[in-house]
Design a protein around this ligand. Structure first.
Ligand code: OGA
Ligand code: MN
Length: 291
């Protein structure tokens, strides 16, 4: 099956037709998808009805080793969606009603409004994320992306050489706190300890250099806190300038796949006390976890 990619932004992101993600992914189409992701880093596929949870899991599993959510989630998250492979990114509780203002689970969801890469706080990082739209609000709630390959390329040469060898300390709780979330319980904290990753990497399949940033970064290994914070802020400000950013407006049935090793993303605001937004994510990882 030949995929057709229609660019959505001058630097990255494409709408892809010629594929229906309800169906199993054959080897030839998989190779085309990986090539399209290497070129565009963000891919949107529209459908006339949302994927079922099972279809989303099956498709994701054929793209790469999947996150199976074996680690404890945020306390009290419940099981609105009874699949360990799916991260519930909605504003809905286990009974399907909207979280009330002040609910810590809602506060943690709102932390997605900061720029990040999924699972950068894990030693085995997130590669592709697949987000499927089941219910979208009538206004707001776009997802924004930034192309961290183009960002790296655009950095001044002096900055590029300064970044050589620097290692970021990524911690889930750091971004939850930045986003206004409450302190984690000791069990939550222990379930998601920090992970170390170079600030610059060579992308494993495209070969492009990438600035690997996320609001999960609490510091730079071996650096004092003030200097770390200042550099991270400077890089974040650079990386999220409008020319690098693409904003995606969702329709029900859309699935967007993004490459966390090549982009950052963030949710944007909507009236989450009034409107439902039901989005479900599956995530591939750098390699299968053996534990
Ligand atoms: C995610 C995420 C953003 C959004 O699913 O990882 O950050 O717009 N989502 O829901
Ligand atoms: Mn995310």
């Amino acid at each position: 099956m030949a995929l057709v990619c229609e660019p959505l932004h001058p630097l990255f992101a494409a709408r892809v037709t010629g594929i229906d993600m309800h169906d199993p992914l054959d080897a030839a189409t998989r190779a085309e998808m990986i090539a399209a992701l290497d070129t565009h880093a963000v891919i949107a596929v529209g459908h006339d009805r949302p994927l079922s949870n099972e279809e989303q899991i099956a498709f994701s599993a054929s793209l790469g080793p999947m996150d199976r959510g074996r680690t404890p989630k945020v306390a009290g998250t419940g099981i609105r969606i009874p699949h360990n492979e799916i991260t519930d990114q909605s504003n809905l509780g286990p009974d399907g009603t909207i979280y009330e203002e002040g609910d810590r689970r809602l506060a943690y969801k709102r932390a997605n409004r900061q720029w990040h890469a999924d699972m950068s706080y894990r030693p085995v990082r997130g590669t592709y994320s697949l987000l499927s739209a089941h219910v979208v609000p009538p206004e707001g709630g776009n997802t924004e992306f930034t192309d961290m390959r183009a960002v790296y390329d655009a950095l001044p040469e002096t900055v590029k050489s300064d970044l050589d060898g620097l290692v970021g300390e990524h911690c889930y709780w750091h971004s939850r706190k930045l986003g206004g979330g409450p302190d984690p319980t000791p069990e939550e904290r222990a379930g998601r300890p920090p992970a170390l990753h170079p600030l610059v990497h060579v992308h494993p399949t495209s070969g492009r250099k990438v600035l690997y940033l996320a609001s999960h970064i609490a510091g730079i290994q071996g650096w004092p806190e003030d200097a770390s914070r200042a550099l991270i802020k400077e890089l974040m400000d650079f990386a999220t300038q409008p020319p690098f950013v693409f904003s995606y407006e969702w329709r029900v049935g859309d699935v967007v796949i993004w490459d966390n090793l090549a982009t950052m993303h963030r949710a944007t605001a909507f009236d989450d006390q009034r409107f439902e937004r039901d989005m479900r994510r599956t995530t591939c990882r750098e390699r299968e976890l053996v534990s």
